[in-house]
Design a protein around this ligand. Structure first.
Ligand SMILES: Nc1ncnc2c1ncn2[C@@H]1O[C@H](COP(=O)(O)OP(=O)(O)O)[C@@H](O)[C@H]1O
Ligand SMILES: [Mg+2]
Length: 214
């Protein structure tokens, strides 16, 4: 699960996917978490999805400063390496599907050389793009899709977050040659019950992601 930006709803979409496909016993992984003292996406997914705590992998890079991974790592005096993260993934026995949440958008730097899209390419998972629903989303989403396509990373679908906007949805599907598999409105309150109600009735209604969770 990637996004067009930070704060677009990747964590909430990940939790919704955990809920929607709970029958496939998916596991959630956040390989790189910055700002860990205020943002713990793993804990938030466990809370919102209602999944077993054991379905959330704890390994990965955890850094205190809420800044880009390359900078958070530099400040902490560590280096993030795609190879090391790939080895964490490889060390887990295969079995259920994985939902891996990125950090920020696709071209976020991890170190002097590598971007998070390099990790995505190495993990080889189909991508779900979380995008805002409102003004500006067409450009941000098409840019994100173009970067993914250029690296031959498959796109399974887009989830639009915010007040549904039929014209923006149509534009993303037409110009991006992609399916919008969900329109997640602002939920108030956002809690396990409201997210489950949406995920069970409105996320991937046509089952376009089901082969990702087979
Ligand atoms: N559908 C929604 N309804 C209500 N609040 C939402 C919704 N989607 C996201 N949020 C809130 O917006 C903020 C950013 O969402 P989050 O999923 O953490 O984004 P990201 O993982 O892309 O940084 C969080 O505070 C989250 O609770
Ligand atoms: Mg997040």
């Amino acid at each position: 699960v990637t996004g067009t930006d930070t704060g677009v709803g990747k964590t909430v979409v990940s939790a919704a996917l955990m809920r929607r496909y709970r029958g496939s016993a998916p596991r959630y992984w956040k390989p790189i978490q910055t700002g860990i003292e205020q943002d713990d996406d793993s804990a938030e997914v466990a809370r919102l999805s209602g999944c077993e705590p054991s379905s959330v992998l704890s390994e990965g890079v955890r850094l205190p400063r809420p800044v880009s991974p390359h900078l958070a790592a530099r400040i902490a005096g560590v280096t993030i390496a795609v190879g090391a993260l790939e080895r964490i993934a490889a060390a887990h026995p295969t079995g259920g599907p994985w939902i891996v949440e990125g950090a920020g958008g696709v071209l976020v730097p991890l170190n002097d050389r590598e971007l998070i899209i390099d990790l995505m390419g190495r993990l080889g998972l189909p991508t779900v793009v979380a995008a805002r629903s409102g003004l500006g989303t067409i450009n941000h989403t098409l840019l994100t899709l173009e970067a993914l396509t250029r690296r031959s990373i498959p796109v399974a679908g887009v989830v639009m977050v915010g007040a549904p906007d039929a014209e923006n949805r149509r534009a993303i599907e037409a110009y991006g040659q992609v399916s919008v598999v969900g329109e997640l409105p602002r939920l108030a309150p956002l809690d396990p019950a409201s997210l489950a109600a949406w995920a069970d009735t409105a996320l991937d209604v046509r089952g376009q992601l089901s082969e990702c969770f087979a």
